[in-house]
Structure formats: C-alpha cells, structure tokens
Design a protein around this ligand. Structure first.
Ligand SMILES: CNc1ncnc2c1ncn2[C@@H]1O[C@H](COP(=O)(O)O)[C@@H](O)[C@H]1O
Ligand SMILES: [Zn+2]
Length: 366
C-alpha cells in the first residue's frame, strides 16, 4: 500500500464513485437552492421571505449545533419553501445534480409527500418528473425514490402514502422502490404503523426504518423482528452507546444493512464524538453498513465529506474506503441488472486509479 499521505485524500474521496442510500430531499437542500426558493417566493409576493432567509441561514450554519428536536423544527421551516409543484421540482433537480457533481453515481432519495393543493400525487409527480428530466439530460447518476412516512404525523396520512407507494411501485417501478419510516421517534409509537409496513412487504417493495436513533430498546427489538430490508442509524444498538448486546445479536442474525450518518449523529448529539461512532463497532462485528449523509443541507456536509471524516477518524486505509463504497452497492434497492451496470463504473474507476493499490490490503474486510 503506498503511503496515503502522497495523495490528497479529500480529492480521492470526492472522485471515488459513491452510492448514497439515506438522503432526505428537504434536508438535502443547499443554501444555493434555498436562496433560489426564497427568490421564487419573493417573486410571488409572499411576505416574510427575508425573515425566512435569515432563520434558515442561521439554522443551517454548521456551527449551530442542534438537538434532534431542534432539527425537526428546521424541517418545518424548510417545508415552507417547498410548498408548490415548481419549488419541489427545482429542489429535486438541484439535489440530484449536487450529488452527481461529487461523483455519487447511485442515489436513493427519500421524501415525505405533503399535499399540494390538496393532492399528495402532485408532490410525488413533481419529484418523479425531476428524476425523469435528469435522466433525459443524462446527468451521470442513477436515482431511485423511497416515499417516507413521518411517524409524528399519524396513521391516517401514512396509509395514503403507503397506498401511493404501492401504486407507483407498480406503475413507476423503474423509480419508486419502497418506503422509509422517519420522523421524530420521541413523539410516536412505531408499532401503530406495522400493519402498513407489512402491506409494503407483501407488495414486494423495499422497506427501511429509522431505528434506535434515540434509545428505545423495546421498539428497536420490534423493528428488527419485522426484518426491514435496511435500517437507518441503529445508534443505540451499539453496546458502546449503552445499547444491548441482545439487540446487536439480533441485527447480526438478520444481516440487516445499516445506513450510517456520522455528522447527523454528531450534530444531533446522539453520538458524543466522531471517534465514538458505531461505524467502527459495526465494522468489527461484521455488520453490513453504508456511509450516508442523512440531510446534507441541514448538516452542511456531502457524501465525500462523510467518507473523509470516516477515513480520518478511524485511520482507515484507502482500500478500506474503496471497499465501503463498493460494498454499499450490494445494499442498494436497485435491480440486479442495475447493480451489475453500477459495478462496471466502480471497476472502471479502480482501473484508472490502479496506482492507489486499492485491492491489496487485508483491511478491506472481504
Ligand atoms: C436527523 N435525523 C432524522 N431522523 C428522523 N427523520 C428525519 C431525520 N432527518 C430528516 N428526517 C425526516 O425527513 C424530513 C425532511 O425531508 P422530507 O420532507 O421528507 O423530504 C423531516 O421532516 C423528517 O420527517
Ligand atoms: Zn434520516
């Protein structure tokens, strides 16, 4: 393995092809997009837009650490900007292009549909139209969509979103692949949603659930026993964060890949320091994981930045980072054929960067 100091690791993390499996649309808006959406509102003579701008700038400032509850307040403010077909379309196109610019070659975007002029369809149609247009424009990224249910909003609206997911999961199966369960864990009982989650599984669609982002062992166990296709965070499953070894065993037994979002956990203070992050514990226990951003806008990060943080925090080798990126392809909800196509892109990059000696290390955990 060459001395990694010979290389600009930040540049390598950026140029490396990556797969993003956990990105919330409204949490991913850059300040540039937020400004664009504020201008759009101003042009419609909306009052209070400048007030909105200063609030959002302050809240998105990376130095402004927030609690998880405060984050949910930020989302409510951002949602005021994505309240029309046009703004949702612009937001989606921008997020896709920004990920593509940092060499994310596969993106699973997730978003919670909100009624626009009384219709959830209008919201989702705008997102899908943006994905389709990026495809037509040949933006070099494969984009899939998960619809989210926000657990703090109740079962009635969740049922509508599940029905919409199932119908689009058939009509637009090239784009809509499944469901995510997100929102404030502290304010709801996830088991209320289980009949709906079973419906998603029965329809043959994929399911990922935010799990153990705050500590609730009984809930975590119920979710793991439901066997979702992936989980988000899994923070308090880790024994280092006073999770239970029993939960870790259950996660391992079911071989459920975990979407890990380092900066999100630090900013929201569910993990005290980067070096305490459960990525390392999961790696040591052979639990499959993928490095993700969660909300790149709200947490002022990017997927390349998250890879760089992991690389520097745990002193990983470049070959380990390469292996994390390549393995995350196996945990995507893409079709087998799509995965094969994606693997070619990864292989090509590996070939072009043969001097980095990406495959010779024992630390690739293969
Ligand atoms: C920080 N950790 C998190 N934990 C749980 N849910 C989160 C989240 N980050 C984002 N969301 C969920 O995603 C929504 C924003 O994007 P969309 O409007 O859906 O595109 C938030 O309102 C919340 O429900
Ligand atoms: Zn999330």
């Amino acid at each position: 393995m060459p001395d990694t100091k010979m290389y600009d690791s930040s540049q390598i993390m950026n140029s490396m092809p990556k797969a993003e499996l956990h990105a919330h649309l409204n949490g991913s808006l850059s300040l540039l997009t937020i400004r664009k959406l504020i201008d759009l509102k101003s042009s419609h003579n909306c009052e209070d837009v400048h007030n909105l701008e200063s609030i959002i700038t302050k809240l998105c400032d990376e130095k402004h650490n927030k609690t998880l509850d405060e984050c949910f307040e930020v989302f409510k403010i951002i949602h005021q900007l994505t309240d029309s077909e046009k703004s949702i379309y612009i937001a989606t196109v921008d997020v896709i292009k920004e990920f593509a610019e940092e060499n994310v070659r596969y993106l699973e975007l997730r978003t919670t549909p909100r009624a626009i002029d009384g219709s959830l369809d209008t919201y989702v149609d705008a997102v899908i139209r943006a994905i389709d247009d990026c495809r037509k424009e040949k933006v070099p990224i494969l984009v899939k969509l998960l619809l989210s249910i926000d657990r703090s909003r109740g079962v009635e609206i969740a049922k509508k979103i599940v029905d919409l997911t199932i119908s689009l999961g058939h009509a637009r199966k090239d784009v809509v692949i499944g469901l995510d369960v997100s929102g404030n864990m502290a304010q709801s009982n996830v088991t209320d949603y289980f009949p709906l989650l079973h419906k998603i599984k029965e329809a043959g669609l994929k399911l990922t659930v935010h799990t153990a982002e705050i500590r609730n062992d009984a809930e975590t166990e119920a979710i793991l026993r439901l066997k979702p296709d992936r989980i988000g965070h899994g923070t308090f499953i880790s024994p280092s964060l006073i999770g239970s070894p029993h939960l870790l065993g259950l996660l391992k037994e079911n071989n459920i890949p975990v979407e890990l979002c380092l900066t999100s956990n630090i900013v929201c203070k569910t993990v005290p320091r980067y070096q305490d992050h459960h990525l390392k514990i999961f790696l040591d226990h052979g639990i499959p994981f993928s490095i993700c951003t969660d909300d790149k806008g709200v947490f002022s990060t990017s997927l390349s930045q998250e890879y760089l943080i992991a690389f520097r925090t745990f002193n990983f080798t470049l070959s380990s980072m390469w292996s994390f990126s390549r393995k995350s392809l196996d945990y995507t909800f893409a079709t087998e054929n799509e995965k094969e196509q994606l693997k070619k892109i990864w292989k090509e990059w590996e070939h072009e960067n043969v001097d980095l000696n990406l495959v010779n290390s024992q630390e690739t955990n293969e």
